[in-house]
Design a protein around this ligand. Structure first.
Ligand code: PRT
Ligand code: ZN
Length: 287
């Protein structure tokens, strides 16, 4: 039987859609209408296992799946020895300490002796220990934000993305202790695994998709005298493409620009007399 790589993906939740989207952008085809528990890609040796996110680290650790996509928070909380193959960047959130509005806070030491409700006792314990703070934990698996109001905790430590849930529950975020994004994980011994070749093919595609997402393709017209200045400004994969325009003294230039530099570059191009600036997303990209 030919080798197949198994990936564990969250069945339903905050990670599911984006995990499948990134695999889809890799040109891998799959998808029954109703989400089954297990399915095979039709054009790549990949099999999907749809499971709860809490189970993903142990599935990968025990070899039920070869790789998985999970929040870094879940991985660190469980503390299993696994390799982070790629940081996929989505489902960004932070683990924060939050308190009722009337409880004063001057730093982590303010938590001394408090009862803190959390679903992340291991991460919290290590951070409090690093700071020499002693507190007791109330371990809950959901609705953490409710615990101060019902009197079973003095503070909470929970994941936050927009902060709306804290606000709705009369809590204020006082300290971010940890940040998380979705990561692709694998076993540390996978280097010697015969499925490694399939994984390498997948990672090559994922890198191209992620790289493309962090760049824009940009085209514009420019007075010839500014070619050098613009070229120094934007670089490009090798160097920008320059094509003459029929109108004398003008060229058309094309290049890629990193998303995080985009507005800066855009303003400087305008200042150098660039006209007709067109910007498009890039679907795939390698250097
Ligand atoms: O059923 P299953 O066990 O698979 O799913 P789950 O309910 O355990 O997990 P899910 O889908 O809620 O979250 C999966 C992963 O998404 C988490 O492990 C994080 O890595 C990531 N993530 C990103 C978040 C959030 N953002 C988030 N905001 N996980 C949870 N939340 C919760 C948080 O606990 C709080 O209750 O959302 C609330 C706060 O949101 P805001 O926007 O109001 O601040
Ligand atoms: Zn879960």
């Amino acid at each position: 039987m030919s080798k197949i790589l198994r990936i564990a993906i969250q069945k339903k939740g905050r990670l599911s859609e984006k995990s499948l989207a990134i695999i889809g952008q890799c040109g891998i085809k799959f998808g029954s209408d109703e989400r089954v528990l297990k399915e095979r890609a039709t054009n790549f040796p990949l099999e999907f296992l749809y499971v709860r996110d809490d189970d993903i680290p142990s599935y990968v650790h025990d070899g039920v799946a070869d790789i998985g996509i999970v929040g870094r928070n879940e991985l660190d909380e469980q503390g299993l020895e696994l390799a982070v193959l790629r940081d996929l960047g989505f489902s960004k959130c932070r683990l924060s300490i939050a308190l009722p509005h009337d409880v004063p806070y001057t730093g982590l030491t303010s938590l001394e002796g408090m009862r803190i409700a959390t679903s992340y006792p291991n991460i919290l314990r290590s951070i409090l220990a690093e700071n020499g703070v002693k507190a007791s934990f109330v371990e809950v698996s959901g609705s953490v934000e409710l615990t101060p109001a019902v009197g079973i905790a003095d503070a909470i430590c929970d994941l936050v993305s927009t902060g709306a849930t804290l606000a709705m529950n009369g809590l204020r975020e006082v300290e971010q202790i940890y940040t998380s994004t979705a990561v692709m994980i694998g076993r540390k011994t996978m280097d010697r695994d015969e499925k490694r070749a399939i994984l390498e093919r997948l990672l090559l595609r994922i890198d191209a998709v992620m790289k493309a997402a962090s760049y824009k393709y940009i085209m514009f017209n420019l007075p010839v005298e500014h070619i050098k200045a613009v070229s120094d400004l934007i670089g490009g994969l090798k160097s920008p493409t320059v094509t003459p325009l029929l109108e004398e003294g003008w060229v058309s230039m094309q290049s890629v620009v990193a998303e995080d530099r985009f507005w800066d570059v855009f303003e400087q191009l305008k200042a150098l007399g660039a006209q007709g600036i067109l910007v498009t997303p890039i679907e795939k990209m390698t250097e």
